[in-house]
Write a protein that binds this ligand. Structure first.
Ligand code: SF4
Ligand code: SF4
Length: 401
């Protein structure tokens, strides 16, 4: 695609220009875009959004309509999987969103909602207070918010860290409050495989939430905090940084790119990204023969999160592990489509999010599974708000019941 963008002294705009030029506007991506499927409008397709970003960067102008169509994108990156030209759409939409905030400022109500989300969600202690207050006020909450309130999970026991093989885990921001058993189960399963999982207490949110809410500087600050916290462990020889939430894993794998122009952090960030693995990558390289009958043929529907299949390109890894462990998997139609969780999408685009959730649950529950398994906390909470069977992180299925 030809472009005529003049402000290429700005590194983000220069990067966007290069991405735009890689698009040949063939439109293959529209076929696998969830918002195009729901809304049927070119402007709610990847190609349409690419044109909107191109126009914005060429003219230096944007309207509320531009912002609306960029907001409706889930950043699911299904279009990247489909694109034959390797267009880095995920990076382009992040840049486009940052710039549209400047060219077409939001109404006050939307600004306040975004500020509130940034002030609470990435900060575990504040979010804990908010969740406690919401649980107390539960009877007074509107029905749609009530169903989104995650059930309280009791923290479970984690083993002592005694093995020579050590890996770091990220607790994250929301997961310790809403699904604490995920990291605990990961630690117990890895312990049985001879690996100790260590958590660096001062590490916090991976930065993904800020990144997708157009707060790139806030995201970079969180990345630097995690790098500083993890670095002594890396110097002490940890083998890998294991991610139990695929959304966080994708973000940490991109630290190297996000901090490439930061003289103090570029090298460390690149090393962190190299060391980062999704939990499914770790487990699939270990000998798990001792777990081969743990599933007893239980019927599981696997939801492949977008950040795992489209972002990290790890399609089929979790499914293969569950099958090796004796689970039977149901067929799930349209497994490439997003469930509608997509970070804060449930709050910013509630109607579209609900339609995607209904479609996803219909697809997951067609095969009458006993359990739904996922690899990402956001999807887990979103699916669990309406599913008729338990929704768990897949690692929980690798422990005896
Ligand atoms: S499939 Fe790729 S090259 Fe074709 S329009 Fe979509 S983003 Fe552009
Ligand atoms: S990221 Fe997902 S929602 Fe956004 S344009 Fe691509 S396929 Fe569509």
């Amino acid at each position: 695609m030809q472009t005529s963008i003049t402000d290429t002294n700005n590194p983000a705009i220069a990067e966007a220009d290069a991405i735009l030029r890689s698009c040949v506007h063939c439109g293959f991506c529209t076929a696998t875009c969830p918002t195009y499927q729901l809304l049927g409008s070119e402007l709610d397709s990847p190609r349409g959004r690419i044109y909107l970003i191109k126009e914005m960067l060429e003219t230096g102008q944007a309207t509320d309509k531009t912002r609306l169509h960029l907001d409706r994108c889930l950043t699911c990156r299904s279009c990247e999987t489909t694109c034959p030209s390797g267009v880095r759409y995920g990076r382009l939409i992040d840049i486009g969103r940052e710039i549209v905030e400047e060219y077409a400022p939001r109404p006050l109500g939307e600004k306040l909602l975004r500020r509130a989300m940034l002030a609470f969600i990435p900060h575990t202690s504040r979010m804990s207070l908010l969740l406690s207050a919401a649980r107390i006020a539960r009877p007074l909450l509107p029905k749609n918010l009530k169903s989104k309130l995650p059930a309280r999970q009791k923290p479970t026991i984690t083993p002592a860290t005694s093995h020579a093989r050590r890996m770091l885990a990220l607790s994250g921001c929301v997961q310790p409050l809403t699904a604490p058993n995920t990291n605990a189960a990961a630690a117990r399963v890895l312990d049985k495989l001879g690996i100790s999982l260590i958590t660096a207490q001062k590490a916090g949110c991976c930065g993904a939430l800020n990144q997708h809410l157009s707060d790139a500087e806030g995201a970079r600050s969180m990345m630097r905090n995690n790098i500083d916290t993890w670095w002594p462990h890396i110097e002490n020889g940890i083998e890998a940084i294991v991610m139990t939430a695929s959304g966080c894993g994708l973000m940490v794998k991109e630290y190297g790119h996000a901090l490439k122009d930061d003289a103090d952090y570029a090298e460390k960030a690149a090393r962190i990204s190299e060391l980062t693995l999704d939990l499914s990558e770790v487990i699939s390289h270990e000998n798990i023969d001792s777990l081969s009958n743990i599933g007893h043929g239980t019927l599981v529907a696997c939801q492949s999160s977008c950040t795992l299949q489209h972002g990290q390109k790890l399609s089929g890894k979790v499914e293969a592990i569950l099958q090796r462990c004796g689970y039977e998997l149901t067929q799930v139609a349209d497994s490439h489509l997003c469930c509608g969780a997509a970070g804060t999408y449930t709050l910013t685009q509630p109607e579209l999010s609900e339609r995607l959730l209904n479609n996803k649950l219909a697809a997951l529950q067609t095969g009458q599974p006993e359990i739904i398994a996922t690899a990402n906390v956001g999807c887990q909470l979103h699916l669990a708000s309406k599913a008729s069977v338990p929704v768990v992180h897949w690692i929980e299925l690798l422990e005896p019941k």
